[in-house]
Design a protein around this ligand. Structure first.
Ligand code: ATR
Length: 285
């Protein structure tokens, strides 16, 4: 079978990306003769990659990761509403030599939590972090019918900036004033606790948290960060960031192929999860 469409994830560093495993698993599952690969792209060569993407008719779309989520914006011909407000794109579709930019991170997060049965309707939400990942999640949280949102960040100005840009219900607090009480959903949207710094945690303790608080972390390696371990010790249900990673990718696939039956395909989600877990394990050996 000849490969008729090519897809990439572009970033720097890029070797660690699980996106090829995720997307190639989807192509195999759908029996599509497509291939998805990594490309080392940064501020030095992003313009030549864009030229290639516009010229090469086989390039159908690409995923965008650090440091390119903002760098790609000036090259985009048409930017989706979410990517425009967030100021970052993680998914690009190439159609007739034009680039269409989207942000699927926040909705990937929302879907990953909804599929656990969590009800956002009227929920009191607290999020730690005000970086790029937090921005996308906060934007999407403000689209669902939550009751309140508190953003905790080490440096307050970044949190204030997000809250004022997005409007809505967001309150801001310094991380040192963190408290997990009066909260239905608590999110770590920082990279604190990620491999290899597995004993780090964005907060000292979760004292006072109620066991019916749902606790999530955008980190997926380790499978249980110190933050999630602390939450489990308090009896809370937890979810790591692996489903968010998978679902943002499946929403990207839905954009590329103009379909809507992938991000709710549990069989496919489980298959991808198995493949990514195998790769994480192999990388840790
Ligand atoms: P990303 O795009 O992956 O979200 P980022 O934009 O660098 O990465 O944001 C990282 C987030 O983690 C920020 O909220 C950052 O807090 P600051 O805005 O104060 O820098 C947070 N963060 C990083 N290291 C931290 C630490 N040691 N303690 C608490 N927060 C930390």
């Amino acid at each position: 079978m000849s490969i008729i469409n090519k897809f990439y994830v572009v970033g720097d560093p890029i070797e660690q990306s699980f996106s090829p495993t995720i997307h190639n698993t989807v192509f195999k599952y759908l029996n599509l003769p497509y291939h998805y690969d990594r490309k080392l792209v940064n501020e030095e060569n992003i313009d030549s990659f864009v030229k290639l993407a516009k010229r090469d008719k086989q390039i159908y779309g690409f995923s965008v990761t650090h440091p390119n989520k903002q760098l790609i914006l000036p090259f985009i011909d048409e930017l989706g509403e979410m990517a425009r407000v967030i100021g970052a794109a993680n998914c690009v579709a190439v159609r007739n030599g034009l680039l269409f930019g989207y942000n699927t991170d926040g909705n990937g997060y929302i879907k990953s939590i909804m599929r656990t049965g969590f009800d956002f309707n009227g929920a009191k939400v607290k999020i730690i972090g005000a970086g790029g990942a937090a921005r996308s999640i906060i934007y999407s949280l403000l689209q669902v019918n939550i009751a309140s949102l508190t953003i905790y960040n080490r440096s307050l100005p970044k949190a204030v900036q997000i809250a004022s840009e997005f409007g809505g219900k967001a309150n801001v607090q310094r991380l040192e004033d963190f408290s997990p009480i009066h909260c239905d959903l608590l999110i770590n949207a920082t990279s604190v606790g990620m491999q290899p710094h597995i004993s780090d945690c964005p907060v000292d303790n979760l004292d006072g948290i109620l066991p019916d608080t749902f606790v999530s972390d955008i980190i997926y390696s380790p499978e249980r960060t110190k933050f999630l371990q602390m939450a489990e010790a308090k009896g809370c249900a937890v979810e790591n960031g692996l489903k968010m990673l998978i679902l943002q990718a499946l929403i990207s696939e839905e954009i590329w192929f103009e379909r809507n039956d992938l991000a709710n395909n549990e069989e496919l989600i489980e298959l991808i999860e198995e493949e990514v877990k195998k790769e994480i394990k192999a990388k840790l050996l």
